[in-house]
Design a protein. Sequence first.
Length: 176
Amino acid sequence: MVLYAKDILEPEFISMRPQTSLLEAAKRMADQHQGFVIVTSPEGRPIGIVTEWDILAKVVAVARNPAQVTLEELMTRSLVYVDANEGIDRVAEIMADKGVRRVLVEKDRSSSQPPGIVPLPHTSPAWIGWNRERNSTISGNDQRARWPSRTHGFSWTRDRYRSRSRSSLLTRTTID
């Protein structure tokens, strides 16, 4: 069975206006257990994204006051979209190529609000397989150089790649 972006998207996500303070956004992100907020125009069209990494690197690490920083100051303006009928393998490939952990899903370009977001963990089996194949081709079958040691929601053990959702456990060969 082939899965499509529309099958694995998260339909609910936080969206806020550019003038919202980072403190307010961070509180809402914490309350809703979300690692990102989509910044929207007054018409509701997505214009940027602020992630937990943006907050850590651009505010916390440089000791800025989150109450005095707006989402507009922090947001990444280049959003990556995929079609709702795009296959999960292609979604994972786009994420890896663009270096993003989330893509917005769109039904058509005329719609102002996307129906949802696909986060990296939802594509993990496809992403891992595609990335492994790509890296083995690039590196001549030596995957140590480019195999990701950590991705969002995942962690390595000595011989397994473990997801937060205990339902998926992938085994890998350990290269010592």
